[in-house]
Design a protein around this ligand. Structure first.
Ligand SMILES: C[S@@+](CC[C@H](N)C(=O)[O-])C[C@H]1O[C@@H](n2cnc3c(N)ncnc32)[C@H](O)[C@@H]1O
Length: 396
């Protein structure tokens, strides 16, 4: 900057402060009113008890990442006519942990433009998961003017920046209206759903509702293991991407006898989903793969669950893992969020949902880590499914 200023006969005074910005008086008290903030903040997960997370608790929701604190803290430091430019990983756009950051940013700033670098190679890496970068251009919302269209552009990297097409997207289409304020770059994600022509039915799969209606099955449901009991799964046994049984909480056994046979299903690999998700759930779909490993030839599924099995056959464990991961992913969550009003995803909606080809679902299942977090699920699902997107095929 010194060199560039000198070449233009501009006097530049600068100071470099080797202090922690997030603990500075300016950042904490929101005092420095800047004409422009240009930042390439550090990128690392912080402990919730880190003093920087405590100092910016207004921007913390779940596990904080230091770059989110920079995004939020700087949003309120911009002067009435000031500007704001940030280059960061793209996860703040939609990750649930960034909800408070997004709310803070949208309170103080008007978003003008977003550029997405679609190649994951060059920019940020987190636990070996490569992330794409985004640049945000924003202006202070001095007079609380209404949000205007946001210019969205994409390129693979810096080399093809000149060829990037710029699209004006209505604020309401890009930014979710609910409290999460997710920013969905529909283009690539919705394109994926349009490209897929498969559904559960074309994949030979079937979604059904758990046949055990508790009050009608009181004669069979038990609190303890018996000679003829098999596991009975309730909503409480199904966590995001994880089944847990027993949990010693529920009447979680059911007698497998002739009179109850019709309400039991073959004990084999399947995807189990909650039919109702609590309001505070991170995703609209809570799904877990089930490998068929619990004891018994049959298994009970309570009526608040849906389950997906192979019609007239057996699903493989990789298929179950891949389908559960896809349904649990942010990609599917954003898709359902975009369809106004659907907070609970019922079997009809699952039957209509476009699905990727089975080979991709199986690849996701094969590569899924044991005890994968939703963030890891998201990265893997995106990597496998958006990798083949036409917009990327013509790139590197
Ligand atoms: C991604 S680098 C960007 C460096 C430079 N701005 C650039 O664009 O080339 C992030 C920088 O933030 C600094 N940094 C990390 N934590 C910080 C903090 N709490 N306060 C101030 N600077 C910090 C790091 O030392 C690093 O130089």
């Amino acid at each position: 900057m010194r060199k560039a200023a000198r070449a233009r006969s501009v006097r530049l005074t600068c100071s470099i402060r080797p202090t922690d910005f997030l603990l500075s008086d300016e950042a904490i008290n929101g005092r420095a009113l800047a004409d422009i903030i240009i930042a390439n903040p550090p990128y690392l997960k912080l402990n919730k008890s880190d003093e920087r997370a405590s100092a910016h608790a207004y921007a913390v929701y779940g596990q904080p990442n230091i770059y989110g604190l920079f995004l939020a803290a700087c949003a309120r430091l911009v002067d009435a006519t000031g500007r704001y430019r940030f280059i960061t990983p793209r996860s703040w756009l939609s990750g649930s942990y960034f909800a408070a950051v997004r709310r803070q940013m949208l309170h103080w700033l008007r978003f003008d433009a977003l550029h997405v670098f679609e190649s994951r190679k060059a920019h940020f890496s987190d636990d070996q998961i490569l992330q794409e970068a985004v640049i945000l251009w924003a202006t202070a919302r001095a007079e609380r003017e209404p949000n205007l269209d946001i210019l969205v552009s994409r390129s693979q990297g810096v080399a093809d920046l000149g060829a990037a097409t710029v699209t004006a997207v209505a604020f309401a289409r890009l930014v979710g209206a609910d409290n999460e304020r997710m920013i969905a770059l529909h283009g690539e994600q919705e394109d994926a759903f349009h490209r897929w022509s498969d559904t559960l039915a074309t994949h030979g799969l079937r979604v059904s509702t758990g046949p055990v209606v508790a009050f009608r099955a009181t004669d069979f449901i038990q609190s303890h293991v018996g000679k003829k009991t098999v596991p009975l799964l309730w909503m409480q046994h199904v966590r995001p991407m994880r089944m847990q049984w027993p949990i010693q909480k529920k009447r979680e056994h059911i007698a497998a006898v002739e009179a109850s046979a019709w309400m039991l299903v073959p004990n084999q690999p399947m995807v189990v989903l909650r039919r109702f998700s609590p309001k505070e759930a991170e995703r609209r779909i809570t799904a877990a793969p089930y490998s068929g490993a619990l004891p018994g030839a049959t298994i009970g599924l309570e009526n608040h669950l849906n389950y997906i099995v192979r019609q007239g056959g057996t699903m493989t464990v990789d298929e179950a893992k891949g389908i559960a991961a896809f349904l649990s992913s942010e990609l599917v969550d954003a898709h359902f969020r975009a369809l106004a009003g659907s907070t609970q995803i019922n079997a009809t909606e699952l039957r209509k949902l476009p699905l990727p080809p089975m080979r991709q679902l199986v690849e996701i299942g094969q590569r899924l880590l044991v005890h994968a977090t939703l963030a890891q699920v998201d990265s893997l699902v995106e990597e496998v499914l958006l990798r083949d997107a036409p917009s990327e095929a013509k790139g590197v």
